[in-house]
Design a protein around this ligand. Structure first.
Ligand code: UD1
Length: 418
């Protein structure tokens, strides 16, 4: 198995380009199920989750071509409606195929994704919404078996759910009549999905707010325009943390700075100034890294996908930081690994108390989920000595060329085989 060897306690410098957002690309790729024409998507990150989804769509009969971050999808040949467990189990976001498959073919079977390292992650809200739209849903042998003609409905999401919102937006696009969605996620990835569907001819209003109105086409497929995936705000935030944890000056390029407001504001509270330009951000070293309080929440709040990285960063801060994880019940898998590097962290339910300022020492650590893995890489960049981060297939799910990009910034990092 491959692992990363990182020699820490070195400063970084220079510029790094941010890739397209994995979490934006996933629903955009799935939305090709709603298209009558070939769909062209550029700036698609070359990461494992994207390849898994492409594989799933191919398995359903879609023709695809993926080269140089450009993806072409032709779903006119899509003729199967069973999303198999073998593929879905590799990536929970495969559940995004449920809404569009059902809307287009009136029946489908999608394997239940199951829980994952960060928690149970139910999909009850996706299913309730589809039922409200007239779908008949049963769970059979681990599969969601759905059929029916979808009709517009008024749906109030009990909780804000990102993929749940995306699933139902795509289902509503081909449904018969008007769907009103209340308490919809406002993440930039959801907004981009709405925008491309609008460009494809869908009548949709309220984009960017928590209430959407969608006039379904009653089964008529949409004519897609060219799509360019938005930059990955989580990858961008992770590189900002790499600069911060090594107290270096670095620049991230090809970003939408607005999408990073919550992250930049926390970095600022911790003592880091930044220069924000149209599509780049330069982070400057702090005179003193200050402790911080973080509560994760939905966009535009502080993203749970940046929680682990900020925990690593708070290890370098003077004083005690508090992190309150409100979205996922088990998203502290990185803590036990950070402890092995000399961190002082106490957990009480969903609240972590981090006493910063202790010296971090290199260690062998194990990645457990995507963002936890990046926190371990960050800690290794700051720790004295040579660390090894194992099970990096988690990192490869969502970070394109991580070690190459960190090398550009001057990090001493190598990918090796066990
Ligand atoms: C998406 C992101 C993930 C991010 C998360 C929260 C993708 C592919 N993944 O995941 O990186 O960490 O948003 O920003 O975009 N919930 C229910 N019932 C449901 C659905 C969700 O109770 O039917 C709960 C979840 O358990 C969680 C909360 O709602 O506590 C938010 O989850 P959700 O927004 O659905 O996360 P994902 O869309 O899976």
């Amino acid at each position: 198995m491959t692992y990363l060897e990182i020699e820490g306690a070195n400063q970084l410098s220079g510029k790094v380009e941010i890739s397209g957002a994995k979490n934006a690309a996933l629903p955009l790729i799935v939305s090709s199920i709603l298209a009558k024409n070939e769909v062209n998507i550029s700036n698609v990150p070359n990461v494992a989750d994207i390849k898994t989804l492409i594989h799933l769509l191919q398995n359903l009969g879609t023709k695809t071509e993926f080269k140089n971050h450009n993806l072409v999808l032709d779903t006119s040949s899509l003729n199967k409606t069973i999303a198999k467990y073998d593929i879905v189990r590799k990536m929970r976001a495969s559940i995004l195929t449920l809404g569009p498959l059902l809307a287009r073919f009136k029946n489908c079977e999608v394997s239940l994704p199951g829980g994952c390292a960060i928690g149970q992650r139910p999909i009850d809200l996706h299913l309730l919404a589809l039922e409200k739209m007239g779908a008949n849903i049963q769970i059979k042998q681990g599969y969601v078996v759905a059929n029916g003609n979808l009709k517009g409905a008024e749906i109030i999401f009990d909780k804000i759910t990102v993929t749940g919102s995306e699933n139902i937006i795509m289902a509503a696009a081909l449904a018969q009549g008007k769907t009103r969605l209340i308490n919809v996620a406002k993440e930039p990835e959801v907004v981009q999905l709405c925008e491309i569907l609008k460009e494809a001819g869908l009548e949709i209003s309220g984009i960017g707010s928590d209430e959407l109105e969608i006039y379904g086409t009653n089964g008529e497929l949409l004519e897609f325009k060219k799509i360019a995936v938005i930059p990955d705000r989580i990858e961008a935030g992770t590189y900002l943390c790499a600069g911060a944890i090594t107290n270096s000056q670095i620049t991230i390029e090809k970003v939408i700075p607005n999408h990073l407001n919550a992250v930049l504001s926390k970095l600022n509270q911790m003592g880091f100034e930044s220069l924000i330009q149209k599509d780049s951000i330069t982070l400057f070293p702090a005179k003193e890294i200050r402790a911080v309080e973080i509560i994760t929440s939905e966009y535009p709040g502080f993203p749970t996908d940046m929680q682990a990285q900020f925990m690593a960063l708070s290890l370098k801060a003077k004083g005690t930081s508090i992190i309150d994880e409100r979205l996922f019940e088990n998203r502290f898998m990185h803590v036990s690994e950070l402890l092995r590097m000399g961190a002082d962290i106490k957990l009480n339910g969903h609240i972590a108390t981090i006493v910063g300022g202790k010296e971090l020492n290199a260690a062998d650590v194990m990645a457990t989920d995507l963002r936890a893995s990046s926190a371990l890489v960050l800690a290794a960049l700051a720790a004295k000595g040579t660390s090894r981060v194992h099970r990096i297939y988690h990192l490869d799910r969502g970070y394109e060329n991580l070690e190459h990009k960190l090398k550009i910034l001057g990090a001493k990092i190598t990918r090796l085989e066990e």
